[in-house]
Design a protein around this ligand. Sequence first.
Ligand code: SF4
Length: 231
Amino acid sequence: MVISGLQKTTLLDYPGHVAATLFLGRCNFRCPFCHNSDLLDGDSSDPFTEESVLSFLKKRSGILQGVCITGGEPTLHPDLEEFIVKIRALGLKVKLDTNGYRPQVLKKLCSQGLIDYAAMDIKSGQSGYSRAAGRDGLDLSRIEESVSFLLEGTVPCEFRTTVVKGIHEEKDFREIGPWLSGAASYFLQSYKDSENVLVPGFSAFGKEELLHFAEIVSPYVPSVSLRGIDY
Ligand code: SF4
């Protein structure tokens, strides 16, 4: 396991927990609005070894409550399961961020009780998914399989969409609402421009527009919230 980035402490990435965040390089999507573009090919100028990260987590296990594993796309790593077992052996909970394109990996990890909380990206409504994920020929059934699995409630989870002007429009949220019917929570995350974005030139929606999109999803999901915007 090569870890491309480590955030030593976060109060934001794992809801309700003091956590560290591990960034695993490589991704099977190329979302044009991705702000981790330097991680997508798995390259890292200053990678962390598994041993050094586990040693750090062990030292901090009295302070940390959990570890957020994000990417890139963590489920691409064949040794992810083994790595999570080692993290859990330190008494830390694990949150997994995923784009849901490897449902078999997600199902296996959750069914084995290795994941305490899952956060799945919903890149767009179904009709615009391929464009939002930056992937021609995307097999939407794989995303749908992950959504259906998480909706079964095997693990606590959230769904979230980074909302981008130039990618999303109202119809996406009219599709997302019924799709996520039965989910406990859904977050609309405001797009933030950065120098690392894969395709520059996008912008964020205003608060009123985001609230409008939230209202569209609200009849289907009991908790719909905005992130990354001041109320
Ligand atoms: S935003 Fe898209 S391209 Fe970037 S890491 Fe996430 S799934 Fe991969």
